[in-house]
Design a protein around this ligand. Structure first.
Ligand SMILES: O=C(O)CCC(=O)C(=O)O
Ligand SMILES: [Fe+2]
Length: 284
């Protein structure tokens, strides 16, 4: 059993409008993936491998600089957005019962004009590349959110209405470039049966993860499942890179179960995110 692959061509970014009728089949396939697995690969999204490679390349150039060169861009030093910036090796701990994660990251969380961007010769186009890819991911995410609502028979605005501020400091959405030291094995996703299955990357495809807040919002109709990147086997010397776009509702959006139940208490998206940061970076 592997992660479902769905053709998103009907809603591709290369198409201007999407009619309700075209959403029918797509919605059905996405619903199955999100209710049974929690992850889905989307093909033909309009985001192409060349764009992804460009972001990967410039990110790698950033990571290959010395820690001294990266330090001025450290996360938590940007007053208008505390999640923006560089996360050094072993700073984050996504599983609180384990040591720090073996990875570096760069979070593009703010597009505010006051943000100081890396500008050394090797990474000159860093800002332009990260920013334009952020916008592409934003557009795709809005389309995915619309299909999600459609698939549950809901008003298309139910999720979109809470994602009006992506790309501003009133919304926590973040493009993360991740860089793992040599040998980290690929991503694995846990099935509901408990076994971990591989999620080997498909060139040109986008992997969508429901994640915890969306599970709460949909009252457990969509499932959020554990996933992990394993430690390297001894002797492997290749590094691993990935790009993750963490879509967040607007900070002030109140997330309440869409079925009207009280299965999860209402929470604003901003408060929820701060709580999760405290879990993975330590309370401050
Ligand atoms: O690197 C990956 O493939 C997955 C990263 C991830 O799941 C995360 O950063 O939350
Ligand atoms: Fe993750």
């Amino acid at each position: 059993m592997s992660i479902p692959v769905v053709d998103f061509g009907e809603c591709s970014l290369s198409k201007k409008d999407v009619s309700g009728e075209q959403l029918q089949n797509l919605s059905k396939e996405m619903k199955t993936a999100f209710t049974e697995v929690g992850f889905v690969f989307l093909k033909n999204t309009g985001i192409v491998q060349e764009e992804v490679d460009r972001v990967m390349d410039i990110s790698k150039k950033f990571f290959l600089q010395t820690d001294e060169e990266k330090k001025p861009f450290t996360r938590k030093t940007f007053p208008n957005n505390l999640n923006h910036g560089w996360v050094s090796l072993e700073t984050e701990r996504l599983n609180p019962s384990r040591p720090g994660d073996l990875k570096e990251a760069f979070n593009t969380a703010s597009l505010h004009p006051d943000i100081k961007w890396p500008s050394a010769e090797a990474v000159k186009s860093f800002q332009e590349i990260q920013t334009s890819f952020f916008h592409r991911c934003k557009e795709l995410s809005l389309r995915v959110l619309r299909v999600m609502a459609h698939s549950l028979g809901l008003d298309p605005e139910v999720f979109l209405g809470a994602h009006r501020l992506i790309g501003t400091d009133g919304n926590g959405t973040t493009l993360r470039s991740l860089y793992y030291p040599p040998g980290s094995e690929g991503l694995q996703v846990r099935r509901r049966s408990g076994e971990f299955i591989g999620a080997p990357s498909i060139p040109g495809a986008v992997l969508v993860n429901i994640a915890d807040l969306m599970q709460c919002w949909t009252s457990d109709q969509f499932v959020s499942v554990r996933h992990r990147v394993l430690l390297p086997p001894a002797g492997d010397s290749s590094t691993r890179q990935s790009l993750a776009f963490f879509v967040q509702p607007d900070d002030e959006a109140l997330i309440t179960c869409i079925d009207g139940s009280n299965k999860y208490p209402p929470v604003t998206a901003g408060a929820y995110l701060i709580e999760r940061f405290n879990d993975s970076y330590g309370r401050s």
